[in-house]
Write a protein of this length. Structure first.
Length: 752
């Protein structure tokens, strides 16, 4: 199919997006605000923004550029020139009508800042802070000074208010100096440079740019509210901003974390966390308005705090992101495009100013980032890549320019020039960055780190976000709390405990606080003991987030677990006694496992683990078979050994003849498949700094081989990755049943 035929459906759809809403809007009288016109505007902006955003993404450009172009086409520049009557019917200049769509756009600004804050990776900034700060400061300072100087020397005829030249110059400097995190991250992700050192520095510097930019803009807006620089007012603005940031990132951070967790764990209605996030954003935006700073700073800081919440799972993040990306982004950027009059670029003075903005922005940003890279110790190629990567504006500049236009600090001509500069620099950045990054092969250290991160990306434990524990105060329950504490402390995974009675029919004693305190203690020790693997940033250990969920006395434990599981957990750890000696599980274990849709693990404490004290570090035996669930069990074993400073032995079993006489002369050579299975576990241990030994045993059954290895070595825990068998009672098959019945050591079954 030729390009011509591929574009025909798009052209027809675009025509429908223009004409259909306009036709409905034209039927409405323009005597007052109309809901029909408002709905037609929303439909046109959403449909055209989606179509043109799709085209831009297929061309390797960010979707926001397509939404801006859709607004320009819907505005007076194109649609207004072709059909001025229909364009005015669709976007009338009636103040009351404009206020309806502008309200959506203003809310969109706050939500975009919330999303930007949530995408601010504090860990990435901490990891590359030295180089990123130098690149960011140099990359902001030079273009800001150039833009400010340009504003100071602009002719008075081009200013919206000649007596407000200072505010206009500050807005120009800000618009020219900030990079767009979204555009930078899209380009780096498409080049698979997200985890490369230079890619991380570019992204971290862009995040710092954004953060400094919003704080700077908040201060400028505080100045603008007074019309000029007043020492007292400026001091109040700066001090108020500093106090807000300090309180928000300390006390506010803990308060927001608790509020999000309370909403997630207490409400039974749909999406309570989304509502809580929006309320937090609104309150913090109102606080910044009250201290004389624009609401955008409150929304951005709220996003930064919320993005660090341990309860903010990927599912919740996607729900909120979907609302913003699907509705508010096309509306806001589309209206920004409509506000620009591209036809005005035909004026020689404005065209010259626009070209000057593009040159100053590009040279200033490129030169500043290049100099910052040189000061950070990068070579010429890396510094060139930094300069190319930082020269991208996008959504950030559009928001700055829109606020400046709404406040009267910019007129429509300056707004159009900034918008044209934003489009030009943003669309030029991806191909330039791709060209430069292609000339930077990874070094050996980067290759090792990339392999480790690729392993973590497809891992079982490394992708867990929340843990649920159902345990009593028996030895198995205590051992379950120890194992979960090791995982939670090492990975900082939020954990919820559902206490179970020690014996059926017995009154619940004080075991809930006992189990919780033991788990917290183990988690704290685990967090302090685990050393970062190669390439991981060093950071002070954070306490694990441990919560006990009390159970209503009449409610069976399986119902409590099932109700709690609906709030989103990645693994359920069950520690309940007694377990039958014939290889079957307590009926309560079966009922609890039935109520959890997802991976679960069952703990059985034996040997030294039946004593209150944990004893020596874990010496784990993990049978491996090459299956996916066997690999998950091996990963759990390696993670536990790392957290407890223990060791792992990977055992591969081969079915052999039952008699020792028939085993004489058997082929004991290790096959290629067996070697590959064991090598995978050894490499897993190497990546995480855990010693992994290997063993191969031939027995009549796999259970016999595992039990023989336990008798031969000093292992104190068997971790088995298992798959649940269908049936009314919990069963993992003959081999796990045989191990459960006869193992003298503790066993952990991991069902995934």
């Amino acid at each position: 199919m030729t390009l011509r035929y591929r574009l025909m459906p798009l052209a027809a759809a675009a025509l429908l997006c223009f004409a259909a809403p306009a036709a409905f809007a034209a039927e409405e009288a323009s005597h007052g605000p109309s809901e029909v016109v408002f709905l037609a505007q929303i439909i046109a902006l959403l449909a055209c923004g989606r179509l043109f955003g799709e085209v831009m993404q297929r061309l390797g450009q960010p979707a926001v550029m397509g939404q801006l172009l859709a607004g320009i086409l819907l505005g007076p520049s194109v649609f207004g020139a072709i059909a001025p009557g229909l364009q005015q019917a669709l976007f009338p200049s009636l103040p009351a009508q404009k206020a309806m769509i502008d309200a959506v756009a203003q809310l969109g600004i706050l939500l975009l800042l919330l999303l930007t804050g949530m995408e601010t990776d504090i860990a990435l900034i901490r990891q590359t802070r030295g180089a990123a700060i130098k690149v960011s400061i140099a990359g902001i300072s030079l273009p800001f000074l150039c833009g400010f100087a340009l504003g100071e020397f602009l002719p008075a005829s081009m200013l919206p208010h000649p007596d407000g030249r200072l505010i206009t110059a500050l807005f120009l400097g800000t618009a020219l100096s900030i990079s767009s995190v979204k555009v930078v991250s899209v380009a780096i992700r498409q080049m698979n440079f997200m985890r490369r050192t230079i890619g991380q520095v570019i992204l971290a510097a862009a995040i710092i740019d954004d953060t400094i930019g919003w704080i700077l803009l908040a201060v400028i807006l505080g100045i603008a509210s007074h019309g000029q620089i007043e020492t007292l007012a400026l001091t109040e603005t700066v001090l108020g901003t500093a106090a807000f940031l300090i309180l928000s990132l300390t006390l506010g951070r803990r308060l927001v974390f608790r509020l999000i967790r309370w909403a997630n764990d207490s409400f039974v209605s749909e999406m309570p966390v989304i509502t809580t996030i929006l309320i937090v954003m609104g309150i913090m935006a109102l606080i910044t308005e009250a201290i004389g700073v624009h609401a955008i700073l409150g929304a951005f800081v709220a996003g930064v705090i919320i993005g660090q919440s341990p309860i903010l799972t990927r599912h919740i993040d996607e729900q909120l992101r979907g609302l913003i990306v699907a509705l508010f982004m096309p509306v806001f950027f589309g209206l920004a495009g409509i506000s620009a009059n591209v036809a005005a670029l035909g004026q020689p003075a404005l065209l010259l100013l626009t070209l000057g903005l593009i040159v100053i922005a590009s040279i200033g940003k490129f030169g500043g980032a290049f100099v910052g890279g040189a000061f950070a110790g990068f070579g010429i190629r890396e510094s060139l890549a930094l300069g190319c990567g930082m020269n991208a504006r996008g959504s950030t500049e559009v928001i700055v320019a829109s606020i400046g236009l709404s406040l009267g600090a910019l007129n429509q001509d300056l707004f159009t020039a900034i918008l044209a500069m934003t489009i030009a620099t943003t669309m030029a950045m991806p191909p330039l960055l791709r060209w430069q990054l292609a000339r930077l092969p990874p070094n050996p250290e980067e290759e090792a780190r990339l392999e480790r991160e690729a392993f973590e990306a497809r891992g079982f434990v490394t992708n867990m976000e929340r843990l649920l524990v159902a345990a009593d105060d028996s030895p198995s329950g205590r051992f379950a709390s120890r194992l979960v504490g090791l995982l939670a402390g090492m990975r900082h995974i939020p954990t919820t405990i559902v206490p179970i009675e020690a014996e059926a029919g017995r009154r619940r004693r004080s075991q809930p606080p006992v189990v919780a305190e033991r788990l917290k203690k183990v988690a704290a020790v685990s967090a302090e003991a685990v050393e970062p693997a190669d390439g991981e940033p060093e950071a002070a250990p954070e306490p694990a987030d441990i919560l006990t969920r009390p159970r209503a006395e009449p409610e069976p434990p399986e119902q409590t677990v099932e109700r709690e599981a609906r709030k989103g957990y990645d693994l359920l750890m069950i520690g309940i006694e007694p377990n039958a000696e014939d290889g079957s599980f307590d009926p309560r274990v079966t009922r609890i496992a039935d109520g959890f849709e997802g991976p679960f693990a069952v703990t059985v404490a034996r040997g030294g683990h039946r004593r209150p004290e944990p004893g020596r570090p874990l010496d784990i035996l993990v049978p491996v078979t090459g299956t996916a669930y066997s690999r998950n069990g091996a990963e759990v074993a390696v993670m536990l050994a790392r957290a407890d400073q223990g060791s792992v032995t990977a055992l591969y079993t081969r079915r052999g003849p039952g008699s020792w006489r028939r085993r004489i002369g058997a082929n004991w050579a290790l096959g290629e498949d067996e070697a590959a299975i064991l090598r995978e576990i050894v490499e897993m241990g190497d990546r995480l700094g855990v010693p992994v030994r290997t063993a191969v045993r031939t027995r009549a059954t796999a259970a016999d081989a595992i039990l023989a290895q336990l008798r031969r070595a000093r292992h104190n825990l068997v971790v088995m990755g298992v798959s649940r068998r269908p049936g009314a009672t919990l069963s993992f098959g003959d081999t796990p049943a045989g191990v459960l019945a006869e193992s003298p050591r503790s066993v952990l079954f991991v069902s995934s």
